[in-house]
Design a protein around this ligand. Structure first.
Ligand code: ZN
Length: 315
């Protein structure tokens, strides 16, 4: 910070005394103030027989006589000190520096894994939608998923109001959570997320292929799933075979196959790769998908009976 002592030291006793005299004779007046993002300076007119323009900024004093340290410069700087302009400049400079300083410090802080992500899936007639909540102790709804993902990408702070700020500079999600967020970010890029309505930005529709990728990424992540007004707490998507109990009966001419399907079987994707069965979210092996799909379509209640009448080869 510029002080009278520094001026005296810079200019030397003789020039300082001359400058001081000019200042005390009230021969300095402020001509112009320039303040923006880059610059903060005051131009003074010093009229001591000759007329000089002196620019004073937080870091520098320049005089149009070209010879600073000069008496004009000292006079203008004394004026800037006494009128409080220098102090104001320092304050402004500190404000400008704060975000940059914050960024620099933030990148040095240790990463914390205290942040949590809670995905919420919704099965609608049009397909799956996803909403997100994040937070530390309390979870907050992400009101605009594309904007949140942009902040994550650009490492910009996102405020959730009173209780919580998301600082991607040092708040890191787990690897699995990041995989999910990466898929959603890709979705936003492809679908031109700028034009999303407020509802769609909060509970984002997932196109079929994205839905499959999202469900795959949820293999080890707890989430909630809302289907037909019922909310399920799901401990991650599980890969497993559906235990189907088959019963074949009849004669070779007319076979009846009876299979028992789980109660509340709901397909999450049209191909039955992902289903909700008895409150569990399952990823079915490929060979079972078509079978379960066929059985489910023909079923009434828990039991499915399908009769086959093998065609007799025509003679
Ligand atoms: Zn000068």
């Amino acid at each position: 910070m510029l002080t009278e002592e520094m001026l005296r030291e810079q200019a030397g006793e003789e020039i300082f005394a001359k400058g001081s005299a000019i200042f005390h004779r009230a021969l300095v007046r402020e001509a112009k103030r320039v303040r923006d993002e880059q610059k903060d300076e005051v131009i003074y007119i010093v009229s001591d027989g000759e007329r000089h323009l002196v620019s004073v900024s937080a870091g520098q004093i320049r005089c149009d006589c070209g010879g600073y340290p000069c008496a004009h410069g000292v006079a203008a700087a004394l004026m800037a000190l006494e009128s409080g302009v220098v102090q104001e400049m320092e304050k402004h400079l500190a404000q400008l520096a704060a975000p940059a300083l914050f960024q620099a410090v933030a990148s040095m802080l240790p990463e914390t894994d205290g942040i949590r992500l809670s995905p919420a899936l919704f099965l609608t007639r049009e397909g799956l939608r996803i909403g997100l909540k994040i937070g530390e102790d309390r979870l907050y709804v992400v009101r605009h998923i594309p904007r949140f993902l942009e902040c994550r990408e650009k490492k910009e702070t996102l405020s959730f109001g009173k209780g919580f700020d998301y600082h991607p500079q040092w708040m890191r999600f787990s690897e699995k959570e990041n995989a999910l967020l990466d898929i959603l970010a890709e979705c936003c890029e492809n679908s031109g997320a700028q034009g999303l309505s407020a509802t769609d930005a909060r509970v984002m529709p997932l196109p079929p292929r994205a839905a499959v990728r999202v469900l795959e990424s949820l293999s080890g992540l707890p989430f909630t799933l809302q289907v037909k007004g019922v909310q399920y707490q799901v401990q991650g998507v599980k890969s497993k075979t559906l235990p189907l109990n088959f019963l074949l009966s009849g004669t070779p001419q007319k076979l009846t196959m009876t299979a028992e399907l789980p109660e509340n079987l709901i397909p999450l994707t049209k191909d039955y790769r992902f289903i909700l069965a008895d409150g569990e979210c399952l990823q079915l092996p490929q060979e079972e998908q078509a079978l379960v799909s066929a059985l489910h379509r023909f079923s009434s209640g828990r039991e499915t009976a399908v009769s086959f009448s093998p065609r007799t080869p025509s003679a």
